[in-house]
Each structure stands twice: as structure tokens, then as C-alpha cells.
Design a protein around this ligand. Structure first.
Ligand code: AMP
Ligand code: ZN
Length: 484
């Protein structure tokens, strides 16, 4: 089976084919760093991390880019209101640059806590002003822009397929974005460059051919994705709220400038809700990973909680459900430790009691090297993750295999390269008891008797061991002494 992904652009499940053989360019819209990420935002980054890990599992070489919006995202997605960064700076009594640095650090800590792999490239909007101006100039040359009292705007009426990603007509897009028309020609037109307010110096502003100001929110992603991944690139991701405005506008400006598609696959993660409302930074229901940690929640339990639901389904958050997920994860670690112990035990016993191989030892070899059952599990796991990242199905498989003890630790850890649940770090190997020398001697003698098929003698030693408070556990691959 090949990798099947739901492409928002076609509204279909499609077979993923990279542009360059075995290589994937992947761009994910990153955080606006005026505040902590909330756990809804983090759900989206977990889904993107799973996608990247699945691609790597499938042997693709992934180039992963995440941008950091540290300028230009206004309080309304319709280019109205204040820059979120400047507003955040006022709230914190710091400069916009200081809060950007602070919240970038906090975000990187969050993703490390969630075992989300770092991208190959982090790119900040403020580090790419030159590239953004160059792109706007290109659009200007092609006749896609016009000037208003407060900025340079993209004329969406110049594109016949504007809005193709959201599949809404212009009226619907207008309602969705709650657009104030102001000096714009069309409600869906959006800012490429905004002028600094007259007689007011912004903290973040730059010179441009059109006047002092700052870039609009969407242009950064177009300018940086082409710089690092070229155009078209393979996969563009984000949360579903990006479909009608941000991604629609990225497509409009990139495709107008280059006259070719921006990206082949568009993947969007559904919302995390609280009390059926979208979790939003501006809302009351805003929860951070930091808050969860203070409530004794392991961030990996949040990751596990998220993986229990398919990324294209809404997920309702409650602390009770998260706590249940945390117990589930602990149990998963516990069962995984059982596998580890079993393997360590068998391995030790082979070393201490070398003996002739018996014909019925296939069962035991399989635990080390994989068997038919394990191959089936591996195939089913592969199919689940390649079926549009079906993590709930993949987890269900892992649970069944753990309960039935049909999975080896090696395979489990291989699966965890995709799930990222830190199983290896959380399995505890029980310390082997030190067996007194005289007891070990009795056990060795019992084993020799048994090897010689002297059952009476073997029983005698077994009895002596039991009287001393020890018993022998036999296994096709060996046997060992344990305390009763
Ligand atoms: P922002 O920092 O607001 O630009 O958002 C970062 C990412 O989180 C974007 O991909 C958003 O689409 C996504 N996002 C925002 N709110 C939610 C939510 N409640 N659940 C899941 N993803 C979200
Ligand atoms: Zn973006």
C-alpha cells in the first residue's frame, strides 16, 4: 500500500507522489509568537509531526520548514486591527522583539516536551523582509496590486480561481472572513504591505518602495516557502482555520507571481474544542502545556490523547479525558516493560544455561526475530499509518498486540518512531534478583539431571529449591531460578 492522504485541494484521498523521487518538501504554518501556544495549536503540530514521521518511516527524506510569524498578523484575519505582536508587547510591558524571542523559546520548549521533531528550517518573517518586498514587486509588475490609504493590496478579482482551496464563492468567503472593505476594491482583497500609521513609529517597521511599514501576514509564507522549498513543493499543512483566508491568500499571491501551483498536497488538522467551542488564544478557554504540566500531566500523555482521534476529526478536550489518557499511557508503558523483561530474562537464561536447541524453539526465536503474527502486525500498522495517518487504528493495533503478547520490543520501538510516545525511555527493566551461589548450584544440578532425562533426580533438586524458597521457571530456550 502506498501513502494515502486527504488533499483539501481536491477534497479527495489521494496517493502521495513526491515531486522529486524519495524526497519531500513540507511547509507548516508556524506560531504567531505574541503569546504561548495553546494546546489546540499544539494538536496541529502533533498531527504535522506524525505526518513527517510517517514519511520518514516510508523512507522519504523530508525537508521540513516551519515559519515563525513575528510581524504582520493583525488581530483580525481581515487585515484590520492592531498587529498582534505590538499588542502583545504592550500587554507584557516589553518590546515586540523581546516578546518574540520569549515566545519562540517557549514554543520550542513545548514541542520538545511533546516529542515533536524540530524542523530542518525555522524561518522568521522579520528575517525575510527583503524576500517579501521582492515578491510584492513581482506581483506589482504583473498588475495584481493596488494602493489604498493604508497599504498595498492584492486584487483578488484578477484571479479567476481565487478561493479554490476553500471552495466557497466570493460572497461566502466575505462572510467567513468578516471583512471590512475600507479602501479595498473587493472584500476578499488582502494586504501585502501595510503602512505604519502616520505620526506613529511602530516597533517593527521597514522601508519599502511603497513607504515605511510592515508586510501583510500571508506574504511571509509565500516568500519563505519558495526560498526554502521551491515552487511547487510537496505538502503544505496547517489548521483548518487557515483554509478560507491564510492559505487561500498564500495560493493567490504565489500562483499569481510564479504562474504555477504553490503546493501539491494541502493537509489540514481539525480543531481542538473545549465545551464544543474552538480553543482560541483570544478565548477564555485557552490552556497551555505549561498549565497541564502544573496539573501533573505528562506532555506525552497529551500527545497520546491527541493520537487517539484522527487528525481530521474534531476533538473535545476535558481534563478527565486527558487524565484517562494518562492512565492509559502508563498502562501501555507497563505492558511494554513486560515485553522488555521477558526478553531480558530469556536472553540471560540462554547465557547461564546453554543447552542443545530443541525442535520446538520456533516460538521463542520469533520473539527475537519476528514471526508470522508479528509480520502481520507490522503490515497492519504500516497500512493504518499510511491510510491518511490513522493513528487511532495504529494505537488499537499496538494495544491488542501488547495484550496478546504477540509483539517484540524491537517492533514496538520501531512503531514508536512514528507514534513518538517515548516508550523506550519509559520501560522499566526489573532488577534481576541476585541468586545465592548454593541456590544457583542446585539449579544447575537440576538442569543437568533434566538434560539427562533423570526426572527423579531433577524433581529432587526442584524440591530442595522450593524448600529454600526458590522455584525454577522453564522456557523452551532455557530456565531460571526465581524467588517464590
Ligand atoms: P497561530 O499561532 O494562531 O497562527 O496558530 C498556529 C496553528 O494552530 C495554526 O496551524 C492554526 O490553524 C492552528 N490552530 C489554531 N487554533 C486551533 C485549535 N483550536 N485546534 C487545533 N489547531 C488550531
Ligand atoms: Zn502560512
Amino acid at each position: 500500500m502506498s501513502l494515502l492522504l486527504y488533499n483539501t485541494l481536491s477534497r479527495k484521498i489521494e496517493e502521495f507522489k513526491p515531486i522529486k523521487k524519495n524526497k519531500v518538501g513540507m511547509y507548516c504554518c508556524g506560531p504567531t509568537v505574541y503569546n504561548y501556544a495553546h494546546i489546540g495549536n499544539l494538536r496541529t503540530y502533533i498531527f504535522e509531526d506524525i505526518l513527517k514521521r510517517v514519511l520518514k518511516y516510508d523512507n522519504f527524506k523530508v525537508k521540513h520548514v516551519i515559519n515563525i510569524t513575528d510581524v504582520g498578523h493583525l488581530t483580525s484575519d481581515a487585515d484590520e486591527g492592531e498587529d498582534k505582536m505590538e499588542k502583545g508587547a504592550r500587554r507584557e510591558g516589553k518590546s515586540a522583539w523581546e516578546i518574540a524571542d520569549f515566545f519562540i523559546k517557549a514554543f520550542r520548549q513545548d514541542i520538545a516536551d511533546l516529542n515533536i521533531e524540530e524542523p530542518d528550517i525555522w524561518c522568521r518573517a522579520t528575517d525575510h523582509i527583503k524576500e517579501q518586498i521582492k515578491l510584492i514587486k513581482k506581483l506589482e509588475k504583473k498588475g495584481f496590486v493596488y494602493k489604498t490609504a493604508d497599504g498595498i493590496y492584492f486584487d483578488t478579482s484578477k484571479l479567476s480561481d481565487y478561493g479554490k482551496l476553500s471552495r466557497l464563492n466570493k460572497d461566502e468567503l466575505m462572510v467567513g472572513a468578516r471583512v471590512e472593505i475600507g479602501g479595498k476594491k473587493n472584500p476578499t482583497d488582502f494586504a501585502l504591505w501595510k503602512f505604519s500609521p502616520v505620526l506613529q513609529k511602530r516597533q517593527m517597521e521597514w522601508k519599502s518602495p511603497w513607504g515605511i511599514g510592515f508586510p501583510g501576514w500571508h506574504i511571509e509564507c509565500s516568500a519563505m516557502s519558495i526560498k526554502y522549498l521551491g515552487q511547487p513543493f510537496d505538502i503544505h499543512c496547517g489548521g483548518i482555520d487557515h483554509i478560507p483566508v491564510h492559505h487561500t491568500n498564500e495560493i493567490a499571491q504565489s500562483e499569481a507571481a510564479e504562474e504555477k501551483p504553490l503546493a501539491n498536497f494541502w493537509l489540514h488538522g481539525e480543531f481542538l474544542l473545549t465545551d464544543k467551542e474552538k480553543m482560541a488564544k483570544s478565548g477564555e478557554n485557552f490552556l497551555t502545556l505549561q498549565t497541564l504540566k502544573q496539573k501533573n500531566i505528562n506532555p506525552i500523555a497529551y500527545r497520546y490523547f491527541v493520537l487517539q482521534t484522527h487528525y481530521r476529526k474534531q476533538l473535545n478536550f476535558s481534563l478527565e479525558a486527558l487524565e484517562a489518557a494518562q492512565s492509559g499511557l502508563r498502562h501501555l508503558y507497563h505492558l511494554s516493560s513486560g515485553i522488555q523483561n521477558k526478553h531480558a530474562l530469556l536472553f540471560n537464561s540462554v547465557l547461564s544455561f546453554p543447552r542443545k536447541r530443541e525442535s520446538n524453539n520456533t516460538d521463542i526465536d520469533s520473539r527475537f526475530r519476528g514471526n508470522d503474527k508479528e509480520e502481520t502486525i507490522e503490515k497492519n500498522f504500516y497500512d493504518a499509518i499510511n491510510n491518511d495517518l490513522d493513528t487511532p487504528a495504529a494505537l488499537a493495533l499496538v494495544w491488542t498486540a501488547l495484550k496478546d503478547k504477540t509483539i517484540s520490543l524491537r517492533t514496538l520501538l520501531k512503531f514508536d518512531e512514528v507514534l513518538g510516545l517515548k516508550i523506550k525511555e519509559n520501560i522499566s527493566e526489573k532488577k534481576e534478583e541476585t541468586i545465592p551461589a548454593e541456590i544457583q548450584k542446585l539449579a544447575d544440578e537440576r538442569n543437568s539431571a533434566r538434560a539427562e532425562k533423570n526426572w527423579a533426580k531433577s524433581d529432587e533438586y526442584r524440591k530442595k529449591l522450593e524448600d529454600a524458597g526458590y522455584k525454577i521457571e522453564d522456557d523452551p530456550r532455557g530456565s531460571r531460578v526465581v524467588k517464590i
